[in-house]
Design a protein around this ligand. Structure first.
Ligand code: DSN
Length: 426
């Protein structure tokens, strides 16, 4: 068959874009070359509905080994007693938890999307807000920190069946213990979606949600630096206190309900090539090198935050504990949209983001979210953060000047030559 040069030329173009630009999208990262190799591999040809040892197809003996290895490594990383590595993405992991734990119409309580939460934590536009009665808590206006008093007051009044913690644009650590105490007082479950900070939690660099949250979900492609995908984990298995039964009407442990919710509840065949890549990434996370990576992420984020503050930028909560920061641009007379589009012209990539109590629409927004996992993978250290922020500031203070755009774009490309990406690809 003739090589599809059209597609492969585009793939090369994307490689060049990734190599030459400064990637600051907080949810993106660069996998190792071996993770990518495993992802583009032969199990893409294999159907394996079911679980290791209990499949609906023949020929699953090798993918059984691959999936079991991924599960074992993941359990080891988080000291979990049970894990499911089949969800195609983080959203699917959350769908499965809802299916396993709730009945349609049950109340859930999550961080408001406009305050840094995630679509799948109860947004009206999402399955979580359409099929369940979604309530939300926010952050304190003055501090930008999660409003635990509000969370507690709503929980006690409304008695949701599940409280969700976790966020997409929150730069501080979580008080999981306090949320569990609230949940226990009303008989609710707690789900932590750690998609963003999972890589830092994995190495003990942030609070551990596992002892306080009944169920933990994550993506695998953000700070975990694996392929795109989702996972669900339990440190302690338990009988579902809400009395949900399996399709045959039996009371089962939560692990069994979650397995059933993933398959056959909401997915068919697992992506075993992605699961192979997850296994490779999990092997990398188990190394000491990954701890050094996590520590560098935090150092870089703090250095970057300080560099922004020095230039008069207004950071929500005044800083960061993790890999990202949220910047309110209103004192700079800029919208998030304008900032994102301007920076794109110089190949500095980030996303516009609503800030808490934003007065602009989600398509415009007053802020930007800036994350360092990807540039840390490229090899940047604290001293490079000043250079990156300087380039961002130059662009944002002179948004429509072609000469500035061209000069900064040139500087970005020259700067990134120091940080090679995928030399294996030539
Ligand atoms: N899209 C992800 C993020 O950027 O945080 C959340 O799903």
């Amino acid at each position: 068959m003739q090589k599809d040069t059209l597609v492969f030329d585009l793939l090369n173009k994307e490689l060049e874009r990734q190599r030459n630009g400064i990637e600051l999208i907080a949810s993106e990262n660069f996998t190792s070359y071996q993770v990518m190799q495993a992802m583009g591999s032969v199990p893409t040809n294999k159907y394996a509905e079911g679980y290791p040892g209990k499949r609906y197809y023949g020929g699953c003996e090798v993918v059984d080994e691959i999936e079991s290895l991924a599960i074992d490594r993941l359990k080891k990383i988080f000291n979990a007693s049970w894990a499911n590595v089949q969800p195609h993405a983080g959203a699917q992991a959350n769908v499965a938890v809802f299916l396993a734990c709730l009945k349609p119409g049950d109340k859930i309580l999550g961080l408001d999307l406009s305050m840094g939460g995630h679509l799948t934590h109860g947004s009206p536009a999402n399955f979580s807000g359409k099929n369940y009665q979604a309530l939300s808590y926010g952050v304190v206006k003055e501090t930008g920190l999660v409003d635990y008093d509000q969370l507690e007051a709503i929980a006690k009044k409304e008695k949701p069946k599940m409280i969700i913690c976790g966020a997409s644009a929150y730069s501080r650590d979580w008080d999981y213990k306090r949320i569990r105490a609230v949940a226990d007082s009303i008989g609710a479950l707690v789900m932590a979606d750690i998609a963003h900070p999972a890589g830092l939690i994995a190495k003990g660099l942030l609070n551990d949600p596992f002892d306080h949250c009944h169920i933990v979900t994550s993506t695998t492609h953000k700070t975990l630096r694996g392929p795109r995908g989702g996972i669900i984990m339990l440190r302690h298995d338990f009988d579902n206190p809400l009395g949900i039964k399996d399709p045959k009407g039996n009371i089962r442990p939560m692990s069994a309900l979650l397995d059933l919710a993933v398959f056959p509840g909401m997915q068919g065949g697992p992506l075993e090539h992605v699961i192979a890549a997850k296994a490779v990434a999990f092997g990398e996370i188990l190394t000491d090198e990954f701890k050094t990576y996590g520590e560098q992420i935090i150092k870089n984020a703090q250095a970057m935050a300080a560099a922004f503050v020095k230039r008069g930028y207004n950071l929500i909560s005044n800083g960061t504990d993790n890999h990202l920061m949220l910047i309110d641009l209103r004192n700079k007379n800029l919208t998030g949209k304008k900032a994102q589009e301007t920076l794109d012209k110089a190949h500095i990539t980030l996303n516009k983001n609503a800030v808490p109590f934003d007065d602009k629409s989600p398509f415009v927004t007053s802020g930007i979210r800036v994350g360092v996992p990807a540039i840390t993978t490229r090899g940047m250290k604290e001293s490079h953060m000043e250079t990156v922020v300087n380039m961002i500031d130059k662009m944002l203070m002179d948004t429509d000047n072609e000469a500035t755009i061209n000069a900064v774009k040139h500087d970005v490309h020259a700067f990134m030559q120091q940080f090679p990406l995928y030399p294996e690809l030539g």
